[in-house]
Design a binder for this molecule. Structure first.
Ligand code: FES
Ligand code: FES
Length: 154
């Protein structure tokens, strides 16, 4: 362990003192108690741990702490709250898009990254964006409908 790593998470500055190779996912969950970012595969394959780092979707299980120095990180907790839902979260509720919900924070992060970069994606572009986010409950069609609802209402 050496010097702390300075980073920003959901608009809050932190100085994290930990092994610099610790995956960001563990820092979020174990140090910052941000449990909305999920552990799925731990191998960069399932998308459950997705966060935005400087606006880019990344798999936080696959990003070491040292690579987060000076970066701006957004987790699902920074997107909306129960009292102030993001439009995507409201659309997912309206469309009953989740079943068990385990994958959904990663799906929402991915959807936000897509709409931030392309506010009017086609269905195939939505499906392509979600391609690396696995859902064991098989509700991708509902996710797509919810995202299209946001696009059509904006
Ligand atoms: S837990 Fe990170 S991609 Fe699966
Ligand atoms: S809603 Fe259960 S894994 Fe996606």
């Amino acid at each position: 362990m050496s010097n702390p790593i300075n980073l920003k998470v959901n608009g809050v500055d932190y100085a994290i003192l930990a092994d610099q190779n610790t995956p960001l996912l563990y820092i979020l969950r174990n140090d910052l108690q941000l449990f909305g970012t999920r552990f799925g595969c731990g191998l960069g394959l399932c998308g459950a741990c997705s966060v935005l780092i400087d606006g880019q979707k990344m798999h936080s299980c696959d990003v070491p702490l040292w690579d987060c120095a000076g970066k701006d990180i957004l987790t699902i907790e920074g997107i909306g709250t129960p009292d102030n839902l993001h439009v995507l979260q409201q659309a997912f509720i309206d469309e009953q898009a989740a079943q068990c919900g385990y994958c959904v924070s990663g799906i929402l992060i991915t959807a936000k990254a897509l709409l931030d970069q392309n506010p009017n994606p086609s269905e195939s572009e939505i499906r392509e964006a979600l391609d690396r986010n696995l859902c064991r409950c098989g509700t991708h069609n509902r996710f797509v409908r919810a995202i299209q609802k946001v696009i059509n209402s904006s």
